[in-house]
Design a protein around this ligand. Structure first.
Ligand code: SF4
Ligand code: SF4
Length: 376
């Protein structure tokens, strides 16, 4: 067989990356299975990731200088966090790829290193039972893998925490808004071409402003921030009218377009990251939209308003909940009676990772929690 043209391959991969970035909400899968980096032997680490194109590329970037294996699990082309929360990254996806990938049973190393954000979806006990492989959770971010490996495959606390830096915010913001933006342009192109350039400038200006300055926008997370921005615009318009009302019609139209765009761009400001609870599910539930296709907003809102609780009698102080919590909610107890403590309950985003991973089922959800989460 003739070798594939490397230039064509490069162009194809670049186009896939651009597509994946602009349409982040759509699945973009790569072939699941086993990959090699460097010169791995029977003691080399085996990392696991989801078969979302951008995720595999990102992980590859940080594994390429190690001697290791990468097991790409079938998650329907969805990224780790969304797949784990949405039921696409489960014990069964992992079991199937372990069994079919040719991951040698002769390896001395029998531990799979999963991305920490897979913890809400993968029942690691079931994986062990069906395959004989142990699972442990590596860092949240692929970029921490080299340091994690250099550190003897031990995580620091900062490797356990989800952060939402500017680049990630813009990455997610663009991926969520781009399809909406295309739909707006298509509607304008069919019904009226007027205001096209204003819409383009306003859309991207507001997107960069909102996602760029997200943590600085006053108010609690979610809809409170949207309402703050809307109020700011009302005040600006009133100020403009007081100062100069000559172009009132033009400014008024721009103002209404901007108000609409703020709502569309920020439609689920928080639900797009594992850092903050979605404000969208409780809102839809409250206005009577309980379900849309397979998405049960009522159930999601109910879970989001619950709080975690620990049965100390069942706790063995294994520390797994501490390890998998992306928000730093837990503290290991200092005496034998209290084994692990829910130190910062207000930070909990009810991702359910600790509930899924607790080996003694000591953690459960209690309904009716009102989050006191403030401005991040
Ligand atoms: S995971 Fe469960 S058993 Fe382990 S420390 Fe946490 S509560 Fe205790
Ligand atoms: S304490 Fe809350 S945020 Fe932390 S792992 Fe458990 S459910 Fe997730």
């Amino acid at each position: 067989m003739l070798p594939k043209n490397p230039v064509k391959m490069e162009i194809k991969e670049t186009l896939r990356t651009v597509f994946g970035t602009l349409f982040r909400l759509l699945p973009l899968s790569v072939e699941p299975g086993l990959r090699f980096f460097g010169h791995p032997d029977d003691k080399s680490p085996v990392f696991v990731t989801a078969n979302f194109d951008l995720t595999v590329k990102r992980v590859t970037k940080y594994l390429k200088d190690l001697d290791c294996y990468l097991l790409v699990a079938p998650t329907r082309g969805v990224n780790v966090w969304c797949a784990a929360k949405g039921g696409n990254f489960t014990a069964h996806s992992l079991i199937s790829v372990v069994k079919t990938s040719g991951l040698s049973s002769k390896l001395v190393n029998r531990t799979l290193i999963l991305p920490q954000l897979a913890a809400p979806g993968v029942d690691t006990e079931l994986v062990k039972k069906k395959t004989g492989w142990d699972c442990k959770f590596g860092p949240v971010y692929a970029k921490d893998i080299p340091e994690y490996a250099a550190n003897g495959f031990k995580k620091t606390d900062s490797m356990r925490r989800v952060r939402w830096p500017l680049t990630d915010r813009l990455d997610v913001g663009i991926g969520i808004f781009f399809p909406i933006f295309l739909a707006i342009l298509a509607i304008l192109a069919i019904f009226s071409r007027a205001w096209m350039s204003e819409i383009v400038i306003l859309s991207w200006g507001l997107l960069f402003l909102m996602y760029g300055f997200y943590p600085l926008i006053p108010g609690k997370a979610g809809w409170h921030k949207i309402l703050f921005l809307e109020a700011l615009m009302v005040v600006s318009l009133l100020g403009y009218i007081l100062l100069d009302g000559n172009q009132l019609n033009y400014i008024r139209n721009l103002f209404f377009m901007a108000m609409g765009l703020v709502i569309l761009i920020g439609i689920d400001f928080d639900g797009v990251t594992p850092l903050y609870k979605s404000a969208f599910d409780p809102l839809l539930d409250k206005i009577g939209i309980k379900r849309l296709g397979p998405v049960d907003f009522h159930e999601r809102a109910k879970i989001a308003s619950s709080k975690i609780t620990i049965n100390q009698n069942q706790c063995t102080s294994c520390g797994i909940c501490y390890d998998v919590c992306p928000r730093g909610v837990y503290e290991m107890g200092k005496d034998k009676q209290v084994k692990v403590v829910i130190k910062y309950p207000e930070l909990c985003e009810v991702c359910e990772a600790c509930i899924m991973q607790c080996p003694t089922r000591a953690i459960s959800l209690k309904p009716g929690f009102k989050s006191k989460q403030g401005n991040p």
